[in-house]
Design a protein around this ligand. Structure first.
Ligand SMILES: [Zn+2]
Length: 482
């Protein structure tokens, strides 16, 4: 039995103490660097109250002392100060902020009910950046099985109606059900608006069977009327579809107090461990500091901030420091559309080639199972070597994964040519809680966070130690920018 398959059992810890196979003399990473990475990995998962990574304590602190962090609101602004204080506490060499400007939106009241023929309350939540209803609106509901079905409706056929898209997101370990379903949330409001609808309801983009609706951002197109849009909990989507199936008109009353408040400025918060030989070259890791306002932002993305901050804290304790600088970024306002990632990419475009590698954690708190990367071919031996150090954590290296992805914030710079890596997480449960009131600390397994912090520490340390570059500015750009 391999160490990896043993890892699921308690006796697996013995495997973790085994040294990784020493690097060959001509390998791009020194035996010393590999030995240090082994040590970082084992320290990260040491797994008792005083050792291991600090990841769980960090996300416990963020969710307890700050809570929900909708970008531009007072708690998100307090989170900026919280992140600065944490970076300082963990011995980062430099702590600073960079501005991010984004549209400020607030939710306000949100209520819905069926007026007839079967009067009942409905659990809904406004989609992020929806306009409000300015008082209650009432209209008959027209159901569409999918967004594509809505697109085929005759022009004007939805005049005075509430459109309703009812398809359910499918559950997969890698979350591939999300892009297929989320188009209803992102594009549905403008398509329904052009067809004359008064409002749009969608089934929540989530895999749960809870009566908790999932929010998430919409995208109003400039050539379409802005109509109010909200998500029904999965349970209430079932209820509404069952009513409609009976063939009588179903009339719904909807009230949303959502409002836009112009542009606001907040900050990406950055902590650095200064490189000992090439301080101007950087490896970035990070997560996003903002969250939606329904839960406490534990899995999305307090976990990602905690994992990467804790990984940096492990590296900061290591002397000498790695050759290049390790930069941990707590991005602000991913949720409205990767504003933090875009601000970082724009501010640092002139230093693209000094960015050795970027990676981020923004897929909940499930264990990492794969290492993937977008690097030049000549850098693959480094990725393979990093993969060997990660293997005892149950992580396999995948060179040609179809769904490899740099992530929403790092992806902004990757789209401009930065080399990137992905530590793919098990997202089987992620979309049960994502963007709901149920995104709370109790969904997080501290040992899973340690595994991830250990993996990010290894990745960042070895990428910062590698002899050659990973290909930033040398690779063909992705076909379409995100
Ligand atoms: Zn997120």
């Amino acid at each position: 039995m391999s160490c990896r398959s043993l890892l699921a059992t308690a006796v697996a810890l013995a495997c973790l103490a085994l040294p990784t196979i020493a690097a060959a003399a001509d390998a791009p990473l020194s035996a010393q660097a590999i030995a240090t990475a082994d040590k970082l990995r084992d320290a990260g998962i040491a797994g008792n109250a005083t050792d291991g990574s600090r990841a769980y304590d960090i996300v416990e602190s963020l969710t307890t002392e700050i809570g929900e962090r909708l970008a531009g609101t007072p708690p998100a602004n307090r989170a900026v100060d919280w992140a600065k204080a944490k970076f300082r506490k963990f011995g980062y060499d430099k702590v600073y902020v960079e501005p991010v400007t984004f549209p400020l939106w607030t939710r306000g009241v949100e209520e819905a009910s069926v007026v007839s023929p079967y009067p009942q309350h409905l659990e809904i939540t406004a989609l992020g950046h929806s306009v409000g209803t300015h008082g209650a609106i009432e209209a008959d509901v027209v159901e569409f099985a999918t967004l594509d079905a809505l697109k085929t409706a005759a022009p004007g056929s939805l005049a005075g109606k509430i459109a309703y898209i009812s398809n359910r997101m499918q559950r997969f370990k890698d979350g591939r059900g999300y892009p297929a379903a989320v188009v209803a949330r992102v594009d549905g409001p403008s398509i329904a608006g052009k067809l004359g609808a008064k409002a749009l309801l969608i089934r929540s983009i989530g895999t749960d069977r809870d009566r908790m609706p999932h929010t998430g951002v919409l995208d109003y197109k400039s050539d379409a009327p802005k109509i109010p849009a909200a998500a029904l909990s999965n349970s209430d989507a079932d209820l509404l579809s069952n009513m409609l199936r009976r063939g009588k008109p179903v009339r719904v009353r909807l009230s949303l107090g959502a409002e836009e408040h112009g542009m606001a400025t907040s900050y990406n918060v950055i902590g650095e461990i200064t490189g000992r030989r090439k301080p101007d070259e950087v490896v970035t890791i990070g997560g996003h500091l903002d969250s939606w306002d329904l839960g406490t932002g534990a899995i999305d993305d307090g976990a990602g901030v905690a994992i990467t901050m804790a990984a940096g804290a492990l590296i900061a304790q290591e002397h000498p420091h790695p050759a290049r600088t390790v930069r941990v970024i707590a991005y602000m306002d991913e949720e409205s559309g990767s504003f933090g990632g875009r601000a970082y990419a724009n501010a640092h475009l002139a230093q693209l080639k000094q960015h050795q590698l970027g990676a981020e954690s923004d897929f909940g708190a499930g264990r990492i199972y794969a290492l993937r990367a977008g690097v030049k071919d000549a850098a693959w031996p480094v990725i393979e070597q990093i993969g060997k150090v990660l293997a005892p954590l149950g992580i396999v290296t995948e060179r040609n994964a179809a769904d490899a992805d740099a992530g929403p914030d790092t992806g902004e710079f990757a789209a401009k040519g930065m080399a990137w890596a992905q530590l793919a997480q098990d997202g089987t449960d992620y979309f049960d809680w994502h963007h709901t009131a149920n995104d709370t600390l109790d969904k997080i397994d501290p040992k899973a966070l340690d595994q991830q912090a250990a993996a990010y520490a290894v990745l960042a340390y070895l990428a910062a130690e590698a002899e050659g570059g990973m290909g930033s500015g040398e690779m063909p750009l992705p076909k379409a920018e995100k």
